[in-house]
Design a protein around this ligand. Sequence first.
Ligand code: HEC
Length: 150
Amino acid sequence: MRPDGAGLPPGQGDARQGGDVYARHCAVCHGVKGEGGPSDVLVGAEPRGTAPFGPEYERWRSGRADVPFTIGNYWPYATTLFDYVRRAMPLGAPGSLTADETYAVVAWLLAQNQIVPEAAVMNAETLPKVVMPARKMFRPDDRRGGRTVK
Ligand code: HEC
């Protein structure tokens, strides 16, 4: 599924429905609130305004524990989240969620990361419009082959 929404299926879901899906299919590995468990941390808005690495980040954290890369601080496109969950999660049964369940769990993850309001409905129209906090940290790669590579 592309950032402009191409490839997103019909269907929809919100964070309330997604909380259910998450509790049943994801929490065992990623923690009850996405705080991480045996598998990756999925929720974390900090550090706001900068990448979770680099000199500005080091000044922000000033000796405190490192924060992990998360949906809230590193993923540039909300559509990628749908794509990834749809293709790869839950680990062990990828492809087992319906499109509605996937939109719902994506809505829950975005709400937990304080990117969309709790009541936001995610579907093929709304998801590509979500502006991820990390979007501004990424630049399109306009390099061409051979000697023109910068
Ligand atoms: C059996 C354990 C397990 C379950 C259940 C599971 N995951 Fe995962 N998840 C993983 C593992 C392991 C990875 C890391 C995969 C990798 O890096 O290749 C991962 C990675 C992810 C990532 C990418 C994290 C990142 O920032 O790189 C997301 C998003 C995610 N899972 C969402 C979900 C959702 C949503 C569900 C429920 C529908 C779910 N997972 C269920 C084990 C699980």
